[in-house]
Design a protein around this ligand. Structure first.
Ligand SMILES: Nc1ncnc2c1ncn2[C@@H]1O[C@H](COP(=O)(O)OP(=O)(O)OP(=O)(O)O)[C@@H](O)[C@H]1O
Length: 339
């Protein structure tokens, strides 16, 4: 669906050249929700703006569907943007127009007749859950409702790709969850391909199928989301995952537990999928007659699977430890001995 081929973007200012995107290659499949995460200045906005031709690459090529974005004329590009639409962090609504008028704007530009515009806007108002609000002005809406208008407006011309530029960064956690669920729903019902940029690993975890991690203009890691969380390889990915799981507290706890129970062995049990719901601790207690001290635990959900970990402290001989590791591996639980 989307092929980004060796794309670089250099901004030349009077005093310097800034290479905002460096030699990025990615393929995004039809129907996929693909996340791009990075800290501020990593190049995410530039990369997403390259996808709808708001910026043109200095080198490389971007192909969406059958079109090479750089090869399109201005007119063709305007037409293509109807199929590759975008939502924004600050919604970019027209404040002097009502919800319905905002949603009809792109249809007016596309030249649809008034009745067709009205009909389509009505469908979209229902789709994004804004029935009853269609005659309100943006200033009368909550942040989540404003983003629903943004989404409806972006969907008005039946796009194939929806680009989301930090679409939930201005929203509180509960509203973020609602908007993310709406994006999941419209991917299901409309079969859209969604590309989103964010600096929040939680957004990646909740709705993306795969994600790319960017640092200093480069993509440093690309993987299915579960893999990124379970086995992050690059330092930046590890930082994002740790921030999401909040492991720093655990590290501190481990230090203090080691002092309190100098003879205890501290184990980190990692679960995925059904393992995340199995009664592992009671099995260990019954089968190996162990005294188990639970230190901390964390189970998170991605859009497909649960995964998580549990830190426990046990007094255990080396021989028994191997038997425990063996037993847990049968349950698909990964064991690490914390040092
Ligand atoms: N139009 C521009 N002219 C000059 N430099 C730019 C321009 N746009 C972006 N940059 C620079 O390119 C680099 C990448 O910026 P970009 O906005 O793409 O990063 P980002 O990951 O989206 O960051 P943020 O999350 O803060 O928006 C930065 O150093 C930025 O200053």
């Amino acid at each position: 669906m989307i092929d980004i081929l060796k794309v670089s973007k250099i901004f030349e200012t009077k005093s310097q050249k800034i290479e905002a995107v460096k030699d990025v290659s990615l393929t995004i499949d039809k129907g996929e929700i693909f996340g791009i995460i990075g800290y501020s200045g990593a190049g995410k906005s530039t990369l997403i703006r390259l996808l709808n031709g708001l910026e043109l690459p200095t080198s490389g090529e971007i192909i969406i569907g059958d079109d090479s974005i750089g090869a399109l004329s201005k007119k063709e590009l305007r037409k293509k943007r109807q199929k590759v639409s975008m939502i924004f962090q600050h919604f970019n609504l027209l404040w002097s127009r009502t919800v319905k008028e905002n949603i009809m704007m792109p249809l007016e530009i596309a030249g649809l007749k008034k009745e067709e515009r009205e009909k389509r806007a009505d469908e979209l108002i229902d789709l994004v859950g804004l029935r009853g609000r269609e005659h309100n002005y943006p200033s009368e809406l909550s942040g989540g409702q404003k983003q629903r208008v943004g989404i409806a407006r972006a969907l008005s011309n039946r796009p194939e790709v929806l680009l989301c530029d930090e679409a939930t960064s201005a929203l509180d956690p509960e509203t973020t969850e609602e908007v993310l669920n709406l994006l999941l729903e419209i991917r299901e019902t409309l079969g859209l391909t969604i590309v989103l940029i964010t600096h929040e690993m939680e957004v990646i975890r909740k709705i993306c199928d795969r994600a790319a991690v960017m640092e200093d203009g480069r993509v440093v890691e690309v993987a299915p989301v579960l893999k990124l969380f379970q086995n992050p390889e690059h330092g930046v990915t590890k930082r994002f995952v740790r921030d999401d799981i909040d492991d720093e507290d655990t590290e501190l706890q481990i230090e203090s537990i080691k002092k309190t129970f100098p003879n205890a062995t501290i184990l980190k049990l990692g679960f995925v999928g059904t393992g995340a719901r199995a009664p592992i601790v009671s099995m260990l207690v019954k089968k190996f007659d162990l005294d188990i001290n639970i230190l901390s635990g964390n189970i998170k959900n991605t859009n497909e699977e649960s995964y998580g970990h549990l830190y426990i402290a046990v007094n255990i001989t080396e021989e028994l430890l191997y038997a425990v590791i063996d037993e847990l591996s049968k349950e698909n639980v990964k064991v690490e001995v914390a040092q």
